[in-house]
Write a protein that binds this ligand. Sequence first.
Ligand code: GPW
Length: 842
Amino acid sequence: NTPVANQSTNKIWKLMEKYLPNTKEAIQSSVVNHVEYTLAKTRFDFTLLHCYQAVSHSVRDRLIEAFNDTYQYFNNKDVKYVYYLSLEYLIGRCLQNALVNLELEGQYKEAMLDMGYNLESVYEQEVDPALGNGGLGRLAACFLDSMATLNYPAWGYGLRYSYGIFRQQIKDGYQVEVPDYWLDRGNPWEIERLDVNFQIKFYGSVTKKVEDGKERTIWEGSEIIVARAYDNPVPGYNTFNTINLRLWRSLPSSEFDFKSFNQGDYFKALESRQRAEFITSVLYPNDSTYAGKELRLKQQYLLVSATIQDAIRRFKKKRKEWKEWPKYNALQLNDTHPALAIVELMRILTDIEGLEYEEAWELVYNSFAYTNHTILPEALEKWGVDLLGNLLPRHLEIIYNINHIFLEKISRKYPNDWRKLSALSLVEEGTHKTIRMANLSIVGSHAVNGVAALHSQLLTSTLFKDFYELRPTKFQNKTNGVTPRRWIRCANPGLSALLNDVVGSDDWILDMDILKNFQKIADDPAIQNRWMQVKRQNKEKLYWWVKERCGVDLNIDSLFDIQVKRIHEYKRQLMNILYVIRRYLDIKKTPAEERRKLFVPRSIMFGGKAAPGYITAKRIIRLVNAVSQKVNNDQEIGDLLKVVFLPNYNVSNAQVIIPASELSQHISTAGLEASGTSNMKFVMNGCLIIGTMDGANVEIAEEVGEENMFIFGARVEQVEEQRNKMRNSNYRDYFGPRLTEVCDAISNDLFGYKYDLEALLDTIRNKNDYYILGADFESYCEAQQRVDNLYRNKSEWTKKSILNSLRSGKFSSDRTIRQYAEEIWDLEPCEIPNPSKSEKER
Ligand code: GPW
């Protein structure tokens, strides 16, 4: 770690103070340099892919300048850091986002065009890094963008999976999962840190030793691997701040090797090296479902242990006392997946640093905070004590210890209240004893939050009620948000230009709330026209996307009606497709000459991945494709109704799909969608929502006005009542004739695939219809009728579209991150000076 030469005199440091200029010539020369010296390409084998790689490297150079300066500045200013811990980051493509945030897109466009390349087709060469499942991972990515933009001293920490979420193909109407080896063309954005490695231990045994009258605990792991850092710069918008997303990759440890090699079994030793590398190989493809696999626990611990070691190393360099830890560090848990961080910090502070238990707990408690993202019981992590105790024996001991001290306090406060005690306990007793990771996260954190007002309210009144009563001030709400940089500025350049003209500047990108001042434009016919033009251009883009990938010719003038999200029973894609069938049957029953009067032409699109083991979700995809096949090939129907399944929904596809949509569906059973975040993206892009009063839809309704949405269905308070009704009646009476007829059509094999589809229908006919599709169906159909009626009035529709967009300011992740910083992290922004200004100007 000693520099090779005197820092103040060595010429290398002086030379490095120069920055890359932003002129066309400088950009071109940097790109050309990378073509020649980084890629070693000649004119004879130079493809668009190589062009993308050279451009990315040239942008990366700039990111590195900013990134190094940022952390050096943070360090000099002795700031507090927030560490955002997440097992998932769905960052999406980087090139355009980086150029937009560095405010260089125009210059690069020009520089590339001048060399004969269209920047947009260069963008299309990039793989979409998909190191996440859905909303939770995408939220983490939006948060990084906002943390960088708002100049917060932050670090993102995660895992560098070799395989992200699988690529979805549709074969014969079924989902097929293809491994996503996203690194096969290299990754120009990351910086491999060969010198940032931490040892990670697994298994082994715990012993106690007495040293100078003090008991010491020693955990000796029997499997040792290494976590290596890969840094991914995250540029802020309109600032020189660039923060780091540090992703860990597992590697074999050389120390461990010597032992095995010396035992003489060469191949066995190599095998164990490969096992080490395997840990960060693949992202678990479950969304909102706990699988309980040991490999997943290893992933979680690797992230947690490497991150805590890194944070401690950084803190120690400051030479502060341990009691100052919470003053300098905030750690945010993105759900319970990284909850072991609480235990790992306790372990290091007590076993290694020698702090007293109470002292250590104080530091842990005051630095950690936990975000809950669901109340679905199947998503709540509960690790078996057998598995946890085997893999991390010392951590299990510490958990028992935390629990013991916690429950003693509880029983003093509520003597003999056994119900309370067992509800609050970190340990769930039973034939299979487990550790409740949510309870651990709550007990170890000074702040716990839900992700939308309704969700946070449900947490304190149901799932975490007993904890809430114990310490009501610990519980908060932080309504989710999304970044307008990626979701408007990058994804919808037409709308961005229009908003620039309306506002007279691009200030809205940093302050979405100012859009509210321009609501009067919603009635202006000239603006309405331009608004419709923008939407039409976006629809054209999606039209070609669909034609190429699905072979379906959509009518661009039809209503683009879209539901894209992970396939889940609670999200009720099934209700959507059952309504599509209802519409199909109704059209068929109507005399041909009256059809156009009664039905607005619609293109109904579905997209989303099903977890590979989630049979019902896969059957929903099968049903959508069966209906699509039947309806799209029915000559009588023509363009009145088209149904498409959009394959491989991911971030880059979302950037095409969302700006093109006119109606989007957010129709979960009330109470079950914690927030939803695509609802916010759709609203920003001037799309109307058909939805239930669930998650953030409730707050969207508050902001944009219920009259500008299509709200339907049971409210949270009514759901249980509806379930009870269902339990006591035959589905035929309960469904009503319209839904019954739809189910019968499927049963009568109108769409084929009877075996799969009957089983699917049974989830609502004979299994108590937990998600109350039957109860909500009629109200859903009525809302759909309101959609048709409004769409006939283009001007009214457009007015509502404009108002949705202009009133969506609350849902910028900038608002969310400011609230986290002020109300949980106690974190101040720290903006680095503009390096293009001379020393004196600063
Ligand atoms: F189960 N969410 C998700 F809570 O995408 F952990 N994956 C998950 O595994 C979980 C939640 C978990 C989603 C919620 O379903 C969605 O409502 C929310 O908007 C999003 O997280 C971000 O908060």
